[in-house]
Design a protein around this ligand. Structure first.
Ligand code: ATP
Length: 221
């Protein structure tokens, strides 16, 4: 049986919700765009599978569009915290499997976590942290937080480890981190062998505890 496509919905088509919706659609997903502002809905006809005008705090409206059939809904209502909370509650009560919600501030975030949002996104705070992280190191190119303690990072190899093998560096034993891939000239070597040689300017994709990754970066790069 072919794998069922995931159904997405985005509620609130401001800057954040709008960019989530457009990107999902560009990536080829089925995405329903919802807003209570008719002009915004009309603008998103071209960037969504369907664009619907309605108020997401209204249970009857959510029922009428069959929201329970959606696998993943993003609530991108910022200013009106009451509507954001009520919408999230409605979605969880309707049994939507995954609900991600944009938070306006830390109080909003706490409430959303308490009422069962599967992920709370704080775009300005998250982007601020990301910006500071990449400003603080020339070697750190990108990172993904897996949890508060663990990350996957992309690090630029310097001449300190040029021509050395993973075996020779022994990063797992010495630093407790794993090199998942080595990228050279846009070619990705996934799950590199212990004998593979690192060259200056290679990009190392490493996973581990944040402190261990930092230690590796400071000592070896
Ligand atoms: P952004 O910073 O992403 O532009 P924002 O955080 O300022 O947005 P708002 O502009 O308040 O958030 O809301 C985003 C969108 O959500 C708006 O287009 C608004 O019309 C819509 N919206 C707000 N409340 C509801 C609701 N109850 N139902 C449907 N749409 C809503």
């Amino acid at each position: 049986m072919p794998k069922q496509e995931k159904l997405f919905a985005v509620i609130g088509l401001g800057r954040f919700g709008g960019s989530v919706c457009r990107e999902l659609y560009t990536l080829g997903h089925e995405v329903l765009a919802i807003d209570r502002d008719l002009d915004r809905v009309e603008n998103f006809i071209q960037y969504s599978t369907h664009a619907i005008h309605g108020n997401s705090t209204d249970e009857a409206f959510l029922k009428s569009i069959g929201i329970r059939n959606f696998d993943h809904v993003v609530v991108a209502i910022g200013e009106n915290i009451q509507d954001s909370v009520l919408t999230t509650l409605n979605l969880k009560e309707f049994g939507v499997h995954t609900v991600w919600v944009k938070a306006q501030n830390t109080y909003h975030q706490k409430v959303l976590e308490k009422i069962g949002a599967d992920r709370v996104i704080h775009p300005e705070v998250e982007m601020g942290i990301r910006t500071a992280q990449s400003m603080s190191s020339d070697r750190l190119l990108d990172y993904i937080n897996l949890s508060n303690e663990y990350s996957v990072v992309e690090l630029r190899a310097t001449n300190l480890i040029h021509n050395r093998s993973l075996l020779d560096l022994d990063v797992r034993a010495k630093f407790g981190i794993t090199i998942l891939a080595i990228i050279r000239n846009e070619q990705i070597n996934v799950s590199p062998l212990p004998t593979d040689i690192i060259r200056e300017n290679d990009v190392l994709v490493a996973m581990g505890n944040n402190n261990d990754l930092k230690r590796f970066e400071e000592k070896m790069l």
